[in-house]
Structure formats: C-alpha cells, structure tokens
Design a protein around this ligand. Structure first.
Ligand code: ATP
Length: 329
C-alpha cells in the first residue's frame, strides 16, 4: 500500500483532533472558497468525518465580485458531492461596502455561513486559516499596536467556528492538494497588494529570509501563548467584575449594572481594564468601534479620578462616576 504523503497525513490528524469532542452524528461543514487551504481542509474532512461517526458537508459562498464566480462556486459544490460531502451548497450573497471591500465580503460571508449552519443544524463550521495566516495576523496586530487580544490572533475555536489548520503550514495545504489531485482556484485578491494581507506576505518573506524560516511558526506560537494568557486574565476579570457590581441606576434601565469604583481601583491594572471592557461590552456599546482610547478614558474614571465628566462611547453610551459608583447608560 502506498505511504500516505506527510502533508495529507498532517491535515487529517489536525482535522481529526479538532473534531474529537463532537458527539457521533454531529454535522460539520467546511467553509470552502475553492482555494488551496479550504479545499485541502474539505478533502481531509471528507476523509475523517465518516471514520469518526460524524456527518460532513461543504458551503461555498459566491461573493459575486468577480466574473465567473458563480461557475467557480458551482464547481466547488459539484466536487464536494463527488467526495461524499452532503450538504454541498453554493450560496450567493450581496456584498455591501461598509468597512471596505475585505470587511464587507467577510461580513456577508459569515452571515451566509451562519444561516447555512442553522438551516442544516450543523454543530461546527471549519475554516481553512493556516499557520501562515496566523503569522500574518500577529504581525499586523503588532504593527498596529493591537495589544494582547490582537496578538492572540485567530482562535482555534470561536462559537461554532473552528480552525483546524492553525498549526499547519500553507506549503502543506498546497502539497496536499497536489498529492490528492485537487484543483484549487487561485484568488487573484491573494496577490493583489490593495488587500492588506496580500501586502503583508512579502514582509513575512523578508523576515523569514532574515531571521530564518521558523519565524512563521514562532509568530503563530506566540499567538497561542498570548491567547492562553489572555483567556486566563479574561476569566479573572469576569470574576472581579461580578465582585464589583452594586445595585444602581434606574431599575427599568437595562443598561449595565453600576460598579463600585473603590473596589475596581484595588484591582491589578490588567484585570481592571479587562473587567471594564467586559462591562461596557455588556452595555450595548458598539463593540466594533470601541478602541483603546475609549477604554483608557473609562479606566481613568477609576484609576485617575480627578472629578472628570462622563466618557462617551461608540453607540452613544455614557459612562460616568458619581458617589463612588460607575454607571453606564
Ligand atoms: N467564498 C468562500 N466561501 C466559503 N468559505 C470561504 C470563502 N472565502 C473564504 N472562506 C473561508 O475562510 C477562510 C479564510 O479565507 P481567506 O480568503 O482569508 O483565506 P485563504 O488563506 O486565501 O484560504 P483559501 O486558500 O481557502 O482560499 C477560508 O480558508 C475558508 O475556510
């Protein structure tokens, strides 16, 4: 019997490990662009799922942004049927313009994937982000001053989404496609420098040439380490937040409860700042527009209190301190 190529084996092990906790009979969907990463992922899923007592399907989203994208999506769905993925669906979406082309496509894509998962009762949706994508994410977060939350990069599990390939090199997904005779589609955006990630690729190549090939793995490893620390601190912050809550504000008001400023001030900075972030996010703030300057201003009401006025957050939420209490409304 021919030996399994290492790239194919690594992908299958990664997919198997990522699905190990799912009960038998669960449906897992691969989100597949038709590109090499998610095609290799879908192929590994088609192999692993039946051997694990799981059901497996594929969703490909047609963003309608390029000529022939509908045909490409139909081809991906057709291929999926041939390898036994069921459901195998091409879903067309309308892409808006909010936040720029990449963000608008992403928003439409995730909405379509969520809807498909609900329609089919899927337990998990798999994304094909690789170790190289993770390294790019970390580099971008470092360059933008993203802080630990940004440097933690993409999470292996986020709600129903899973990323089995975060530890797998892009060279492996490409090799696996070649070994398995898969014909990935090359997204012209992936080499279009107008798109930020594409623009980062040469920067990573320079870093790898200067510091050694391990740079990509090390950046991805940094994300995993920082992610674990961040999760731990977030857990402490949630407990601390609950301990700081006091009755306050208008009983009819569904805004966040009031907080005891003195108790907050006694917390270590990293825990306090995370607790305050969790608190405002629970108070109908526009989370996507919330940045560190907003959070610093909220923190100053506790840690640098000089009788200052309210701090206004995206979405119109006002955080104020009075009578030793912090309220948001
Ligand atoms: N049109 C799409 N339909 C379904 N899923 C998609 C689509 N585009 C992206 N995805 C999912 O999101 C992941 C990340 O997409 P992105 O375009 O950033 O990645 P990529 O590294 O170019 O991956 P790929 O080689 O799979 O295209 C993909 O691996 C795939 O799981």
């Amino acid at each position: 019997m021919a030996k399994l190529p290492p790239s194919v084996a690594r992908l299958r092990v990664a997919v198997r490990d990522a699905l190990a906790d799912l009960p038998a009979g669960s449906l897992v969907l691969a989100a597949c662009s038709g590109g090499p990463d998610s095609l290799a992922l879908a192929d590994a899923l088609a192999f692993c799922a039946p051997r694990m007592g799981l059901r497996a399907g594929l969703i490909t989203v047609d963003h309608g942004l390029q000529d022939g994208s509908d045909e490409r999506a139909a081809e991906v769905a057709e291929w999926a049927r041939t390898v036994g993925l069921d459901p195998a669906e091409a879903v067309a979406v309308e892409v808006g313009s909010a936040g720029g082309p990449e963000a608008a496509a992403r928003t439409a894509r995730y909405a379509a994937l969520d809807t498909a998962a609900q329609r089919h009762g899927a337990s998990a949706i798999l994304l094909g982000h690789t170790r190289d994508d993770q390294a790019e994410t970390v580099l971008l977060a470092l360059a933008r001053g993203g802080g630990p939350r940004g440097i933690a990069g993409m999470r292996a599990v986020r709600g129903r989404y899973r990323r089995p390939l975060l530890g797998i090199a892009r060279t492996d997904t490409h090799a696996a496609c070649a070994e398995r005779g898969l014909k990935p589609w090359t997204d012209p955006h992936n080499s279009d420098p107008r798109f930020l990630r594409s623009a980062l690729r040469p920067a990573l190549e320079v870093l790898a040439a200067t510091l050694g090939e391990d740079v990509v793995a090390n950046l991805a490893q940094t994300a995993a380490l920082v992610g674990a620390d961040t999760d731990f601190l977030d857990g402490l912050a949630r407990e601390a937040l609950d301990a700081c809550r006091v009755e306050g504000g208008d009983a009819d008001d569904d805004s966040a409860s009031a907080l005891d400023a003195k108790r907050l001030a006694a917390l270590p900075g990293p825990v306090r700042q995370r607790a305050l972030r969790a608190w405002v996010l629970g108070a109908r703030v526009d989370g996507a527009a919330l940045n560190h300057r907003h959070l610093d201003a909220v923190d100053a009401l506790v840690a640098d209190w000089r009788g200052q006025g309210p701090t206004f957050l995206p979405g119109g939420l006002a955080v104020r301190r009075s009578g030793g209490r912090l309220t948001a409304g």
